[in-house]
Design a protein around this ligand. Structure first.
Ligand SMILES: CC(C)[C@H](C(=O)O)[C@@H](O)C(=O)O
Ligand code: SF4
Length: 475
């Protein structure tokens, strides 16, 4: 029997194995940020230990960083965490992309962009969206703070081998349907727990035709479907993305690496513990209306009614979600008002995402009463966007153009949504209070968020594209 890429990478990294116990895995790359690392370093100090491989550890500042006046950090917890990260990186000789660095940005944006993330690796970070790096054909997953300490000290981790899930997306996507809609559709169809205990391998024509940015968007939200990791086997798209990046292998070494990476692709006769298949043409632009990422529907449909959902539990969670969101059963998605728009986060803040949003916004104006933010995922994305004039397109339309960071994705920095107000957000979580106390988050793609900014409500992006600007019917 052949092996899947998941098993191939896993088997290569086993340092120690015993029957019916977790495996001890070697970790190739450890990303750290200010929120989940301070206690881990404290633990090392208390035990008199050092960092085993500072050269395989890379740090950035992202969650707590203000996106304007970024050196003025009023919040004491935020300031302390950022200062601790700086001190820890200095003391343990770890590379840090701090606020002065051109490499700074959201950990899951900068790692790939710098060529640190590579196929075949095991990658961890004290952050659940580490699954993003799976887009490169790596096993990448989030870990807790005590595990961060273990990896810092030993460069290894005890892990139970997960089951494998093959998720094939065949056919092609309709106009206006993006990678974000693909993953929101998957989670709404199979639920927020379908991936529990599995590593997902995403495959099929739709995935093969995606850019690296799009694959990252899909893998990023694997965790929202319950899986700790999701990956895409590497191919020419992966290799050409990596060629010439700061930490990519150079010259002959790159060619050698490609030969090795290509050998990791799943064998034709690989067996999986579970397989799912969907058709790309069934997917529409999606909007979340509830308080978990599975609670979303096509933009041209309505919020479900209690009568339409099956179990008593799901009726209960529907009602409680709608109460929090201030919405009604059966309401049309396009009738949901929007007061805030956030284009950013590790799901959708790369150059391609900003281009998509700018395409919609160009020459238009943000609707009165809407506050709209664009927050590039990294300083490099910001610079590249500015070089092609995207910042002008956004600011002329009335968007605010910010410095990189996690920003409004979660309320750990000054960018928050006020209670009771609705935000069209390109981020990945719509939990209660996520963007601020009482804030009402709607997860969407960058182009759908941009369109919502122009109309002060959700509109079907397909109607906007068709006419160049909006169809009359949309208004
Ligand atoms: C703060 C951090 C630990 C957290 C995570 O693990 O994902 C954050 O990034 C998030 O998106 O909720
Ligand atoms: S952008 Fe959001 S999801 Fe991503 S790491 Fe930051 S807080 Fe977490």
């Amino acid at each position: 029997m052949g092996k899947s890429i998941i098993e191939k990478i896993w088997d290569r990294h086993i340092v120690y194995k015993e029957d019916s116990k977790p495996d001890l895995l070697y970790i190739d790359l450890h990303y750290i940020h200010e929120v989940t690392s301070p206690q881990a370093f404290e633990g090392l100090r208390l035990k008199g230990r050092s960092v085993r491989r500072p050269d395989k550890t890379f740090a950035t500042m992202d969650h707590n960083v203000p996106t304007i006046n970024r050196y003025l950090i009023h919040d004491e917890v935020a300031r302390t965490q950022l200062e601790a990260l700086k001190k820890n990186c200095d003391e343990f000789s770890i590379s840090l992309a701090d606020l002065d660095s051109p490499d700074q940005g959201i950990v899951h944006v900068i790692g790939p962009e710098l060529g640190l993330t590579k196929p075949g690796m095991t990658i961890v970070c004290g952050d659940s969206h580490t699954s993003t790096h799976g887009a490169f054909g790596a096993i990448a997953f989030g870990i807790g703070t005590s595990e961060v300490e273990h990896v810092l000290a030993t460069q290894t981790l005890w892990q139970t081998k997960p089951k494998t899930l093959k998720l094939e997306i065949n056919g092609s996507l309709g106009r206006g349907v993006t990678a974000k809609d693909v993953i929101l559709y998957i989670i709404s169809k199979y639920g927020v727990n379908f991936g529990t205990g599995y590593i997902i391998e995403y495959c099929g024509d739709v995935i093969r035709n995606m850019s690296m940015e799009e694959r990252m968007t899909v893998c990023n939200m694997s965790i929202e479907g319950g899986a700790r990791a999701g990956l895409v086997a590497p191919d020419e798209t992966t290799y050409s993305y990596l060629l010439g990046r700061k930490y990519s292998p150079k010259g002959d070494d790159f060619e050698k690496a490609v030969t090795d990476w290509s050998s990791l692709v799943s064998d034709d006769d690989a067996e999986y513990d579970h397989c799912l298949e969907i058709d790309g043409s069934d997917i529409s632009p999606m909007v979340s209306w509830g308080t978990n990422p599975g609670m979303c529907s096509p933009v041209d449909s309505s919020i479900p009614t209690a009568g339409e959902v099956k179990t008593e539990d799901s009726k209960k969670s529907l009602r409680s979600a709608l109460q929090y969101m201030g919405l009604e059963e059966g309401m049309k998605i396009t009738d949901i008002p929007v007061q805030h728009v956030f284009i950013g986060s590790c799901t959708n803040s790369r150059l391609e995402d900003l281009r998509q949003a700018a395409d919609v916004v160009k020459g238009q104006k943000v609707s009165t009463g809407v506050r709209a933010l664009v927050v590039p995922g990294s300083q490099r994305v910001k610079l590249a966007a500015e070089e092609e004039g995207l910042d002008k397109i956004f600011t002329e339309a009335g968007f605010e153009w910010r410095e990189s960071g996690c920003s409004m994705c979660l309320s750990m920095n000054p960018d928050v949504v006020p209670p009771g107000e609705h935000c069209a957000s390109t981020s990945n979580r719509n939990f209660e209070g996520r963007q601020g106390t009482g804030a009402r988050t709607h997860l969407v793609s960058p182009s759908m968020a941009a369109a919502a900014a122009l109309f002060g409500k959700f509109v079907d992006i397909r109607q906007i594209n068709a006419a160049g600007i909006a169809d009359e019917a949309v208004k």
